[in-house]
Design a protein around this ligand. Structure first.
Ligand code: ASP
Ligand code: MG
Length: 427
């Protein structure tokens, strides 16, 4: 058996295995890590847009594809990548074995298309490593012990497979190879001077993933935090260090603001005229939870006049909008009206340092006000401030906040700041 701390888990995303050249490049990386003395477990995503195409082909057949069969279909993409990569590794003179999620021992609950990992029984992976093989595991999938059916972990789920395996195998790090060079202070497609962050804490990454940073699946970050697995998010095309995601205790003092994130994949549901009495919100949100809908910003106003009705609004992912309105409709006459708006977006700032700095919210609102951007909803966590705004104003809002909080590349001082204007970004 290899030493436990010799194990590295490397995850390659869809663009990193898109074509034959990319698969061979990923295989060379795995072989290099093996030749450097590590035991290598690689988790692969489906190639390029394969998963999107599979989803499309399901909807070409059916308006409401059966969830069990959807998982049978979607899980094939990752298997293709693994089998091909194993062939490439064999041709490089190394031994490899590809495994499905089920063969790799990824045990999940039985909620199809959104399953949660409940156990990892990694004996077969350990066996492969013991036989000096590079073990390739199909990401994004598992098997339910209840139903014995194949499940998938939700879009982006290969990240979670990788972190779960790193935890189960006691790997020292989980490397996520992707088409960007790391985690950025904002989306570089919107903010040209956004900079790569050398280190981000688990807490910050959680809020960033929850507010639109697409680099890592939210659940993978939760898993990494719970099991204390450092993540190294880096490019599969360049050999440079990327971004380390670490426990807060291992990061240096955090800047007030680390990043500006955004999302336009949001929709608002307004439940108008609900009775102002105990239990109503509970019924509405229980129905949403049972339908597996993730709710984000929630606003409810207490009516000012006796007997008046309340309005309750919240945001969901656009893809969950119909499910959300169906769930509310299933409650019968709970409100006078349900309105929806798909033209909304959300801009957020995240930073662990904001806990101890008053005035950050005020500055966010002021900056958006100066740009004539109307804030429609607000929500906060101890290290995040999010504003729901019109979708078409999102890029302006991101740029304005990134500049106002001095997050850009040219804001990094190499010497200690002296004047009044201290940069908030860390060197
Ligand atoms: N192939 C799946 C998706 O596109 C899972 C993943 O890539 O992480 O969402
Ligand atoms: Mg991904």
């Amino acid at each position: 058996m290899p030493e436990r701390d010799d194990i590295v888990v490397m995850k390659f995303g869809g663009t990193s295995v898109a074509g034959p050249e990319e698969i061979k490049r990923a295989a060379r990386r795995m072989v290099a890590a093996r030749e450097a003395g590590n035991s290598v477990v690689a988790v692969l995503s489906a190639r390029g847009k394969t998963t999107d195409e599979l989803v499309e082909s399901a909807y070409e057949i059916s308006d409401r594809p059966d969830p069990r069969e959807m998982d049978m279909l979607l899980s094939t993409g990752e298997r293709i990548s693994c089998a091909l990569a194993a062939m490439a590794i064999n041709d490089m003179g190394h031994k490899a074995v590809s495994l499905t999620g089920s063969q790799a021992g990824i045990v999940t609950d039985s909620s199809h298309t959104k399953a949660k990992i409940i156990d990892v029984r990694a004996d077969r992976i350990r066996e492969g490593l013991g036989e000096d093989k590079i073990v390739l595991v199909a990401g994004f999938q598992g098997v339910s012990t209840d139903s014995r059916d194949v499940t998938t972990l939700g879009r982006g789920g290969s990240d979670t497979t990788a972190v779960a395996l790193a935890a189960a195998l006691g790997a020292s790090v989980c490397e996520i190879y992707t088409d960007v060079t790391g985690v950025f202070s904002a989306d570089p497609r919107i903010v040209p001077d956004a900079r790569k962050l050398p280190v981000v804490s688990f807490e910050e990454m959680l809020d960033m993933a929850a507010s639109g940073a697409g680099v890592l699946q939210l659940r993978s970050v939760e898993y990494a935090r719970n099991y204390n697995i450092p993540i190294h998010c880096r490019s599969s095309f360049e050999d440079l260090p990327g971004t380390l995601v670490l426990p807060e205790s291992e990061t240096m003092e955090r800047p007030i603001i680390t990043a500006v994130t955004h999302s336009t994949d949001e929709a608002r549901v307004a439940v108008i005229g609900v009775k102002d009495e105990p239990g109503i919100a509970g019924r509405i949100f229980t129905a949403l939870a049972e339908a597996n809908v993730n709710v984000d910003v929630i606003i409810q106003n207490e009516p000012v006049h006796e007997g008046a009705l309340a309005d309750l609004s919240f945001t969901v992912e656009t893809g969950d909008l119909t499910t959300a309105t169906d769930a509310i409709a299933s409650l019968g006459d709970i409100s006078q009206e349900v309105r929806t708006d798909e033209q909304i977006g959300k801009v957020s700032i995240v930073g662990a340092g904001m806990r101890s700095h008053p005035g950050v919210a005020a500055k966010v609102f002021e900056v958006l006000g100066e740009k004539e951007i109307n804030i429609e909803m607000i929500s906060t966590s101890s290290i995040r401030i999010s504003c729901v705004i019109q979708a078409d104003r999102v890029p302006d809002a991101v740029r304005a906040l990134h500049a106002a909080f001095d997050l850009g590349e040219d804001q990094i001082l190499t010497e200690a700041p002296t004047g009044e204007h201290r940069p908030v970004s860390q060197p």
